[in-house]
Design a protein around this ligand. Structure first.
Ligand SMILES: *Cc1c(COP(=O)(O)O)cnc(C)c1O
Length: 389
């Protein structure tokens, strides 16, 4: 079955009513026919047996099965948000004394988990420049338990060479855990490249319409059911059935949406590179991008749905942001609506200036998440705003 077919049919569990659209099992728990049945289910719940929504729910299970089928992993656990997924994947497997190597260019909340949470409980974390294989090589030790990185970093859009980092990690038996949001489930080749655990914020392209927070952890059945599930079900970060239903509806159109958004992003990036009033146009799909070669094999040749530009001074940048008509100033990405973000004063505001500089987060940087509006409208809107300021 092709990914596009799986995204629509895989994992469906129909009730006795034969509904077309997946049912929302909006229930906290499940009843048992007898006390003996309850006892047996608590001892060992079967595949289609549920106990309590924090542990699992039919609507959530449909979403988990479909995500695993799309990504090519054995199993998945759906979470309340992308951050619950990142935290669950890492915290469930690590203990005091363990060593982790992580790329430094991370989404702010991911950095908080690596830098503040894990270290508070005695996990040692070494940060590296994710694009520099020599730094990974010297930081990974025989006792390293896991490596963590965003396959494409936010907002500088650096692409990490997943295959090469996975080879270094696997040589010492470390698990490769990736936050794959910018690659999207549509272009992901994470399993083929050697990732062991893949995490998505499904708030982004999976929902794709700005309605709900969600996340998912993908991996082997052993890892998901023996390591992740006990941790998640007892600490409470599970996805709600209503959210799972929205995410299932999102998956039905994700392939069309993401491919159209990526094609539009490529066209916009190409149009903007022709201008001489921008300091930088960053897009992994441009031949001038430093990791463009990796994009070809790691992302099916697509640069994704997000680009970043540098307009120079903060004054000009704010004037450009305020002049846009079709781009909403917000901080989501992967949405049907095009969204512009000024990382230096919003998502990455709290980073010290030297770290901002190291990550390329200048006062002129605008992150552009390309939506589903007509590409020509988006290009003329950006062009008019830049021309006027
Ligand atoms: C948005 C995002 C997250 C966090 O996801 P939430 O659903 O907002 O909790 C984590 N990593 C990356 C790369 C993201 O873009």
């Amino acid at each position: 079955m092709d990914k596009r077919t799986k995204a629509i049919h895989h994992g469906v569990r129909r009730s006795q009513y034969g509904e077309v659209s997946e049912a929302i099992f909006l229930t906290q728990g499940f009843v048992y026919d007898t006390a003996e049945q309850a006892e047996a289910r608590f001892l060992q719940a079967g595949d289609d047996e549920f106990i309590y929504a924090r542990y699992g729910n039919p609507t959530v299970r449909m979403f988990e099965d479909r995500m695993a089928a799309l990504e090519g992993t054995e199993d998945a656990f759906a979470t309340a948000s992308g951050m619950a997924a990142v935290n669950g994947a890492l915290t469930s497997m690590l203990k005091a004394g363990d060593h982790v190597v992580s790329a430094r260019a991370l989404f702010g909340s991911c950095l908080y988990i690596l830098e503040e949470v894990l270290t508070r409980y005695g996990v040692e974390v070494t940060f590296v420049d994710g694009t520099d294989l020599d730094q990974w090589r010297s930081a990974i030790r025989p006792d390293t338990k896991a490596v963590f990185f965003e396959t494409i970093s936010n907002p500088a859009l650096e692409v990490v060479d997943l295959k090469s980092v996975a080879e270094l990690a696997h040589a010492v038996g470390a698990l490769v855990v990736v936050d794959n949001v910018f690659a999207t489930p549509v272009f992901s080749q994470a399993v083929e490249m050697g990732a062991d655990v893949i995490v998505y914020s499904t708030t982004k392209h999976v929902d794709g319409q700005g309605r709900a927070l969600g996340g998912v952890i993908l991996g082997t059945q052993e890892f998901i059911r023996k390591t992740v599930e006990p941790y998640m079900k007892h600490t409470g970060g599970s996805m709600s059935p209503f959210t799972a239903w929205m995410m299932l509806k999102g998956l039905e159109t994700i392939d069309l949406r993401v491919r159209a958004q990526a094609a539009s992003a490529q066209a916009i990036a190409t149009a903007l590179t022709a201008r001489d009033d921008l300091e930088r146009v960053l897009y992994p799909g441009l031949a001038t991008h430093p990791q463009n070669r990796i994009v070809a094999e790691q992302m099916h040749g697509s640069g994704g749905t997000v680009l970043s530009i540098d307009c120079g001074s903060k004054e000009r940048t704010f004037a450009v942001l305020n002049a846009l008509n079709y781009f909403t100033i917000s901080n989501n990405l992967g949405d049907a609506k095009s969204i512009v973000t000024h990382p230096a004063t919003t998502t990455h505001q709290r980073l010290p200036d030297d770290q901002k500089a190291a990550l390329g987060i200048t006062q002129g940087l605008i992150r552009i998440s390309v939506g589903l509006e007509a590409t020509d409208d988006l290009i003329s809107d950006l062009t008019a705003a830049l021309d006027a300021h």
